[in-house]
Design a protein around this ligand. Structure first.
Ligand code: 6PG
Length: 252
């Protein structure tokens, strides 16, 4: 069964996500030296700042030096471009971390920037795939208003991404959410992960969460992840995102 954690306020969501990440970090470090974690772009990076950097009792227990951080999806742009997911994570988490705590940062895995703009998008995806560990300890996901997660979009035009069974990282072209060229984890990577955490906040997410949780519309990538990964999946939401929705998850 998928678990859903709903809170009144955004601060409570961030706090709960932070505790969840620490739990998965500690489980991973009890098994070995590394915490292999993958993150998404969008609003998630600000939640990560709030929980992992700006909340002292959580920040104190983050063992950054053991973190190996990958991107569930990345826009094919230069790393300093404002659309880069790495760039957003650097701005919102890595830079403040260094500035405020002087902490030793995580090991970061970025796309090969030297290939950007050269028409080598498949190669960027293939090279990124070679960096991935066999299994992630935790993958942190967002949920788009159309039900996409990572850069796995619903609809026939992007079916090739959901159908991908061999490649672990694929080139997403003609993304409905700009910029148009991206790389994305495919479903086999999500299915192999030990834990998957979704974060979705705000009233704008309510209509899609209704389709995901009440209609279990499996044409939506987020619903498909619930269906395929079930007990490994936890959702962190605020009350406006799930207003009027039955989030009982026994069906997943
Ligand atoms: O790089 C991206 O575009 C993301 O990884 C994408 O999958 C994101 O997580 C969702 O679009 C939700 O984004 P918001 O949380 O900003 O709505």
């Amino acid at each position: 069964m998928v678990s859903v954690h709903a809170y009144e306020k955004s601060e409570e969501v961030a706090h709960s996500v932070g505790k969840y990440i620490l739990e998965k970090q500690n489980e991973a470090l009890a098994r070995g030296e590394r915490f292999n974690v993958a993150i998404s772009g969008g609003s998630l990076v600000k939640v990560l700042y709030k929980s992992l950097v700006a909340t002292p009792e959580i920040a104190a227990d983050v063992k950054w030096a053991h973190w190996h951080v990958y991107f569930c999806d990345e826009r094919i742009v230069a790393l300093e471009d404002e659309d880069s997911n790495y760039g957003a994570f650097k701005k919102h988490v890595l830079d403040p971390l260094l500035e405020h705590q002087g902490a030793l940062g995580p090991t970061m895995y970025t796309i090969n920037e030297s290939l950007v703009g050269l028409g080598e998008n498949d190669r960027i995806a293939n090279e990124y795939e070679t960096l991935l560990p066999p299994q992630f300890d935790l993958i942190l996901l967002g949920c788009g208003p159309d039900g996409h997660t990572c850069s796995l979009f619903p609809g026939d035009a992007h079916r090739y991404l959901l159908d991908e069974k061999d490649k672990r990282v694929a080139w997403c072209h003609d993304s409905p959410k700009p910029p148009s060229d991206r790389i994305t984890f495919t479903l086999p990577v999500l299915q192999a992960a030990r834990n998957l955490g979704f974060v979705a906040e705000g009233a704008s997410k309510q209509p899609i969460l209704k389709r995901i949780f009440e209609n279990q519309d499996l044409t939506l990538p987020c619903a498909l992840v619930n269906h395929l990964c079930s007990t490994k999946v936890a959702w962190f939401v605020d009350s406006s995102a799930v207003q009027g929705i039955d989030v009982s998850t026994s069906k997943f």
